[in-house]
Design a protein around this ligand. Structure first.
Ligand SMILES: NC(=O)c1ccc[n+]([C@@H]2O[C@H](COP(=O)([O-])OP(=O)(O)OC[C@H]3O[C@@H](n4cnc5c(N)ncnc54)[C@H](O)[C@@H]3O)[C@@H](O)[C@H]2O)c1
Length: 297
């Protein structure tokens, strides 16, 4: 899709981070936006910022939990009715979980897969008929660098983001074959300066193995956030304009992609070695925190 002016874009997780920046930048290009989030205050702030930056566009807001299939389908129908059509869906809402597989609670696994994977599936299936009906549509599904390579403590997040990648790459090929006027892109951001680490769940199982405690784990996570969400949104929109199958966001995403291609299995020993080195630097005296001192945010 070369031009966003006068199109209609739906965005999940628009109450913060990249979702908010996508809404503002699309609106600045004259695209009407239907924004949703489960966080009411964040969503209202995004709506206010869109109105300030782009007073001429139509903005609709809906409180939607993307893990709720019926709610996402109802939202898609409401958006099509309110705006008259829908051209783009950005399945952007996401959460993070830091936990070993051994110490993982099924509740946490259901939570993250429900949002990161099922949320993307719901958004794709609910909006696809409307995108087809519009004659010119695009589905933008957010995976991660953790959909390109795996890391210890990220098994559930890795699973959700690899799943988004496989789902969307297959979808894109089907849409190409259907020649139906709809396309799809998978987005793999590197570290982006957003609220994701602060909103993450951290299991006590990573204490001592990877980090000292949950707080220090979140701080370590944030050290890798090198790209602003504004820049990330610009890169994503350029990728949609160019009809790319895969969009890498940030220099770290290019480095991760190169590592996964050059060392598709052997990269794991590099990650383990680097994790051991960092753990020694963080905890020179060995395991400092008992597993029970961890926290679930
Ligand atoms: N920030 C990064 O470094 C990074 C890297 C790779 C991928 N990502 C992915 O980018 C996407 C956007 O994340 P972000 O970094 O802007 O984080 P963010 O925390 O700033 O924004 C995520 C938004 O999703 C919303 N959300 C959470 N659960 C939801 C639910 N059940 N239903 C609806 N909305 C929900 C939150 O309220 C929040 O507004 C996510 O899919 C994330 O996994 C982020």
């Amino acid at each position: 899709m070369k031009v966003f002016r006068n199109k209609v874009a739906a965005i999940t997780g628009a109450g913060s981070g990249m979702g908010r920046c996508l809404a503002i930048q699309l609106a600045q290009e004259g695209c009407h936006v239907a924004i949703s989030d489960c966080n009411e205050a964040g969503l209202a702030e995004t709506a206010a910022q869109v109105a300030r930056h782009a007073p001429g566009v139509t903005v609709t807001t809906h409180i939607v939990d993307v893990a709720d299939r019926a709610a996402v389908h109802a939202w898609a129908d409401d958006v099509a009715a309110a705006h008259g059509r829908v051209n783009l869906i950005f399945n952007n809402a996401g959460v993070a979980l830091s936990s070993t597989v051994d110490g993982m609670q099924y509740d946490d696994l259901d939570w993250i897969i429900g949002i990161n994977f099922w949320g993307v599936v719901h958004g794709t299936k609910a909006f696809l008929p409307h995108l087809k009906a519009s004659g010119e549509g695009h589905i933008v599904n957010t995976s991660s660098v953790f959909g390109l390579f795996a890391q210890p403590g990220m098994g559930a997040y890795n699973a959700s983001k690899y799943a988004v990648r496989g789902f969307t790459e297959s979808l894109r090929q089907e849409l190409d074959l259907m020649d139906c006027g709809v396309s799809a892109t998978t987005v793999h951001p590197g570290g982006i300066k957003t609220n994701i680490a602060r909103a993450s769940r951290v299991s006590p199982s990573v204490n001592g193995l990877l980090v000292r405690d949950a707080q220090q784990g979140r701080e370590e996570f944030e050290k890798f956030f090198i790209t602003t969400p504004e820049k990330a949104a610009g890169i994503i929109l350029d990728g949609v304009r160019a009809n790319k199958r895969r969009v890498l966001v940030g220099p770290d995403a290019y480095a991760a992609d190169a590592m996964a291609r050059l060392l598709p299995a052997a990269y794991q020993s590099l990650v383990v070695r680097e994790t051991r080195r960092k753990r020694k630097a963080l905890m020179p005296d060995g395991t400092p925190a008992a597993a029970s001192e961890g926290e679930r945010a």
